[in-house]
Design a binder for this molecule. Structure first.
Ligand code: BGC
Length: 857
């Protein structure tokens, strides 16, 4: 038996994190285990475990325990281990300052702002060092160098978070890097803090107008004495070789740039917002070598064969005046093409390179597959490696099948996830946007959590959402962080309106998704207050308008990017937005009551009652007997009037409104919002007609797409469900694959069948929302379903689309991989289920225990 993958709050040996609770988790890997398996979990503040601070015993099959974190001491490395009578596994986690006050000051420089600069100090050490930790935060983005070498594996620190509300510092173990004369230098660029950011051309200096730094280096010498080096006026500051830099536009490095001294000064600023980090570090997770060719304009192009998020790096063989790299997603007419990046320049420039110089950017990242290079020889270009950056999270799922295009789709979905899990879950990694749009995550979080151990990454994002929510009276914004741009004429409503259904419902959907996947009650309990505040906010708005128990107010995006408006390029679909919003009002109240029950927080019944009332209002509003109403009153609602006004503003078109769209019908069926079985039959019939009407294709947008295949299959329209998934003509998932996609697109028609881009206003080839279909492949085709309540039995209930000969998939569970695989054999199916230890699977009403099960169907 092996115990491995020890995590604290989903992180592997976290150092200097914020711990509101502690969830210790581990994975068991074994062929057999004793009938009674007891884990002893022990926590100590020394590696020898001579002083056990806390311990417990557990037989829980989820292999995790949560405890309060209130006993933690500052600056401490804790050691913890999990033991059985056969094996022991050990790990650590470390605290940073907790409530210890900062003695260091924030420092900046007196001169006018420069695009990048360095803070520096030399440190002479009197004796050998036993332990050294650097607690540091630089705004905008920074890299720490000791004696010229970068410290740590992390890039783009401190990541993107709500700097106006909390400032997350990092902790680096630098024990082995310090030398008798240490040169500590910290390069700081613009980043999200002061560089151009946010859609519509961007805003500068969103959080501050100059780079700044705060740092404390805590050294313990071999004889036990200590010293603390603090940022103060004695630090040097100067410009460096990095010039213009920003998240969207890229970076310029000039190795011949004069290094100009700056005047360090203290920022008389409070340190109240400083907190330990909670985000997952951005690191290099993959590297790619290019195929090199010349495009039809004669430009030298590097094709990495995969859309990725990151940079290129490499060495030049000869000295150079200037090398330029431009980054793009797609070629058009055989040429390098960047128009869909809107205003993002995505360019990396290096000047005055000496022979053998290595280059890479520091304060930016790019979304790309193709790179246009100027100034390198073909040989040098071939040596340029692309690195994929990601907030590194453990992968949990793999799946392959007899269908090459389905396999490619699964790869595309995973890559859009990787490419957009950078600091926060972003909408896209390439154009002038790259923001933490909440709605995209609401629909994708279930799929994301099969693919990866998302609890730390999404848990941290949800902390941001909750923090922003604290500024909005319980409402939840369209994106987090939510930059506060001062209002002015023409300011985009997204920057001044509380969110809308589906987007804001991230606050209730994601906590429940994380709980179902990872069973972490510590995390859920932390989120329950935000869930409640959010539902209370909807209810208050509703009550102020007479308490109809519908969400028929405010600005709604409805079924974003659906195709059923009949208007090419429209962002709005035809489905009644009040229906969509009210379904999410219902779900949010329901999930909040469930979460309150799980966490024993008072108030569960109130939310359950509310959910019931919303459900009743939906039925009352949208049905007449067993049929859907022709024209429900919601068609005249404030939402509808605003939506028409908006769409007329965009395209001058009147958008139809309906309830019996694919999306409307799929939502009502999927969430069982109907008054009777006869009404359900009516919905199914109507959905069947709607599928036929569009030749079996979908017309759904962000909201309807995840529900549609499930609704079809669950309601007996199996053939239609499979035809939809395996469809190859536009619009469909496999159309994208056939067009050579290596990530999932923002729009069903991002590229047209002739390969041309359909528009440039809002058109990314790397958006994850439509990848939400992966949960259908996992749950319905493999048939691998999570326990209803974590710790209970899994279910295996596969379906056998005629398009597939075989499929095999594997999900890491706390007790090892759960594998499901089936293949056609003669007229039947051979199903294999491999059940890990301490796990039960229900198949066809039977209980499958640990081991391999071969079933003939
Ligand atoms: C983003 C989306 C987002 C949407 C909301 C777009 O610009 O890329 O993914 O959810 O706006 O309106």
């Amino acid at each position: 038996m092996k115990i491995h993958h020890l995590t604290v709050n989903g992180l592997n040996a976290p150092c200097g994190y914020r711990y509101d609770y502690l969830t210790f988790a581990w994975q068991v890997e074994a062929r057999i285990v004793p009938d009674v398996l007891v884990f002893t979990v022990e926590l100590a503040d020394d590696a020898a475990f001579s002083n056990i601070i806390w311990h417990t015993e557990t037989m829980d099959v989820q292999n995790q325990v949560t405890i309060d974190a209130d006993f933690l001491q500052a600056y401490t490395t804790y050691h913890w281990r999990v033991r059985t009578n056969q094996v022991t596994a050990t790990s650590t986690f470390e605290t940073a300052k907790l409530n210890e006050p900062w003695k260091a000051d924030w420092i900046t420089y007196e001169e006018d702002a420069v695009p990048a600069m360095t803070f520096r100090r030399t440190i002479s050490l009197s004796q050998p060092v036993q332990r050294a930790r650097l607690y540091v935060l630089g705004f905008g983005v920074y890299e720490v160098m000791i004696n010229g070498d970068k410290i740590g594996e992390e890039y783009l620190a401190p990541g993107y978070h709500s700097y106006d509300l909390e400032q997350w510092y990092q902790t680096y173990d630098v024990t082995h890097e310090l030398t008798p004369n240490t040169d500590l230098s910290i390069m700081v660029g613009n980043g999200w803090y002061r560089g151009r950011f946010v859609f519509e051309g961007g805003f500068e200096n969103i959080y501050g107008d100059k780079q700044r730094l705060i740092a404390e280096l805590h050294i313990t010498y071999d004889d036990g004495t200590t010293e603390v080096i603090l940022t103060d006026e004695s630090w040097l500051s100067h410009t460096n070789e990095i010039g213009d830099n920003s998240i969207y536009d890229g970076e310029v490095i000039d190795f011949a740039a004069p290094i100009l001294p700056l005047t360090t000064t203290i920022v008389p600023d409070s340190k109240e917002l400083l907190r330990e980090r909670s985000d997952v570090p951005v690191t290099i997770v993959h590297t790619f070598n290019p195929r090199v060719f010349y495009d039809d304009e004669g430009s030298l192009i590097l094709d990495y064969g995969q859309e990725l998020t990151g940079w290129v790096m490499g060495r030049v063989l000869e000295a150079k005046d200037e090398v330029i790299f431009q980054f793009a997603e797609v070629l058009q007419d055989g040429r390098f093409y960047t128009e869909n990046l809107r205003t993002a320049r995505q360019t990396f420039v290096a000047r005055h390179l000496g022979e053998g110089f290595s280059i890479r950017p520091h304060f930016t990242y790019f979304g790309f597959r193709y790179v246009k290079v100027t100034g390198l020889t073909e040989e040098e270009a071939r040596g340029m490696v692309a690195v994929a950056l990601q907030s590194d999270s453990r992968e949990l799922f793999s799946c392959t099948s007899s269908h090459a295009r389905l396999n490619q789709l699964l790869s595309n979905i995973k890559w859009s996830q990787k490419d957009n899990f950078l600091s926060v879950p972003t909408d896209c990694p390439q154009r002038d946007e790259r923001m933490g749009w909440t709605g995209d995550l609401t629909v994708f979080s279930n799929t994301a959590s099969y693919n990866m151990e998302t609890r730390a990454f999404l848990g941290s994002f949800m902390r941001l959402v909750q923090t922003e929510q604290g500024e909005m009276d319980g409402a939840v914004p369209f994106f987090a962080p939510y930059p506060k741009i001062s209002d002015r004429d023409g300011l985009n409503p997204f920057l001044k309106t509380p969110g809308a259904a589906v987007w804001s419902d991230v606050m209730t959907v994601v906590p429940m998704v994380l709980y179902r996947h990872f069973g972490d009650k510590g995390l859920l309990a932390f989120q329950v207050p935000g869930m409640m505040r959010y539902v209370d906010w909807i209810r208050r708005q509703d009550d102020a308008r007479g308490g109809k128990r519908l969400w028929d107010f405010g600005w709604q995006l409805g079924d974003w990017l659906a195709l059923d408006s009949g208007i090419q390029g429209s962002v709005f679909g035809a489905t009644d937005s009040v229906l969509i919003a009210s379904v999410y009002y219902y779900l949010s109240a329901l999930y909040t009551s469930q979460a309150a029950t799980i966490c024993h927080v008072p108030g569960a019944e109130t939310y359950a009652d509310l959910a019931e009332q919303v459900r009743a209002a939906i039925i009352e509003t949208y049905y007449e007997g067993d049929n859907l109403r022709e024209t429900p009153a919601t068609f005249q609602s404030e939402v509808e009037i605003m939506r028409q006004a908006m769409s007329e503003q965009f395209g001058g078109m009147h958008i139809p409104t309906a309830v019996d769209t694919q999306t409307g019908l799929a939502l009502l069926l999927h969430y069982q919002l109907y008054p009777s079985d006869a009404a359900r039959d009516t919905l199914v019939r109507r959905l069947h007609e709607r599928m036929k009407e569009y030749g079996g294709a979908l017309t759904t947008g962000f909201v309807g797409t995840p529900a549609l295949p499930h609704a079809l299959l669950d309601e007996g329209l199996e053939e239609e469900a499979f035809a939809l998934l395996f469809r190859e003509e536009a619009p469909s998932w496999l159309f994208e694959v056939n067009m050579g996609a290596t990530t999932t697109w923002e729009r069903w028609d991002s590229l047209l069948p002739d390969g041309r881009i359909s528009g440039t206003g809002m058109n990314s080839l790397n958006h994850y929302a439509y990848g939400a279909v992966q949960d259908f492949i996992v749950e319905k085709i493999l048939g691998l379903q999570l326990p209803k309540e974590p710790g209970q039995s899994y279910t295996v209930d596969p379906h056998f689309p005629p398009q597939l000969d075989w499929i095999t998939g594997q999900l890491e569970t706390p007790n090892g991989p759960l594998m499901v695989s089936w293949k056609r054999q003669g007229d039947g199916i051979a199903l294999t289920v491999e059940v890990p230890v301490r796990t039960h699977v229900i198949y066809n009403g039977q209980m499958l225990h640990t081991g391999s099960h071969h079933i003939t169907i």
